[in-house]
Design a protein around this ligand. Sequence first.
Ligand SMILES: Nc1nc2c(ncn2[C@@H]2O[C@H](COP(=O)(O)OP(=O)(O)OP(=O)(O)O)[C@@H](O)[C@H]2O)c(=O)[nH]1
Ligand SMILES: [Mg+2]
Ligand SMILES: [Zn+2]
Length: 302
Amino acid sequence: MDETFLATVVAAHGRSYEISRTIPWHEPPWHAVTRGKRHDYACGDVVEARATAPGQAVIERHQPRSSLFWRADGVRQKLIAANVDQVVIVTAVEPPFSSELVTRCLVAAEHQGIEALIVLNKCDLKDGLDAARARLKPFLAAGYRVLGLSAKRDVAPLEPLFAGKRSLLVGQSGMGKSTIINALVPEARARTGEISRALESGRHTTTEARLYPYRQGWIIDSPGLQTFGLAHVPLEALEACFPELRPALGECRFRDCRHDAEPGCALRALAERGAISPERWQQYRRIRAELEALARRSATGR
Ligand SMILES: Nc1nc2c(ncn2[C@@H]2O[C@H](COP(=O)(O)OP(=O)(O)OP(=O)(O)O)[C@@H](O)[C@H]2O)c(=O)[nH]1
Ligand SMILES: [Mg+2]
Ligand SMILES: [Zn+2]
């Protein structure tokens, strides 16, 4: 067989993939491998593939991407999804979520020009609901949409937000991403897990990214995140990934301002006036320090 065709990556398991010629699919997805050591494809990628046997293919290359959502820690990079219009960051009343991880996902989305939406799931758990809401306030203040719901009871508020879009669900383990998928796409049957079990085993219930067709678009479910390195975001692009800081971009007295203790720092002035919440400012400072350390390491050859 020597037929090449275009297909969308619908599942990514390490170096092997499932690809489909149409979304939604009218035939089972094909199993695909890559050439050599290449595995820089992500769920949502449109790829050129060559059939090797019935239902089996080799991926040759991917088409240009409209966006790429990924993380990198300076050593390794992990592609999560390509061609995404909207990243939906799923948090929950329980287990506790990391606000910094939410910020890191937002930075990765902003850097790629991907729209973002924050979901607070498990709003049926009344104990802890107010505290969780309070922890999301800084994101509302920054202009992000925050939607509270209970995936176990009703996901109707999400339906219009997903229709016709290419969306990615991300977040920590146990927040309910796969539960949302199952509620929206009844035939999905994504595995969901008891929190205690997932935490005890230190493993996540969802182990690979998978794409589900949904109303003229699609939704990708992804494995729970624990860390989110932003080594791929250039230091000078970081401030612009915080909407609250944008009014002060380029306004610092010194052009090489590190926004630390420099006189005339416009970003710090914003923080002092409360235009960015103390939490988000601290997160910005930590991410910036991390990117500075990476830059120093690569300048000195480690
Ligand atoms: N009370 C309550 N529990 C929920 C709700 N949504 C999900 N859960 C529970 O939360 C647990 C984790 O849900 P999953 O959907 O597996 O979480 P996940 O985000 O996909 O986790 P990973 O795949 O490990 O990243 C399961 O026991 C779900 O039944 C909800 O709205 N309310
Ligand atoms: Mg899951
Ligand atoms: Zn400054």
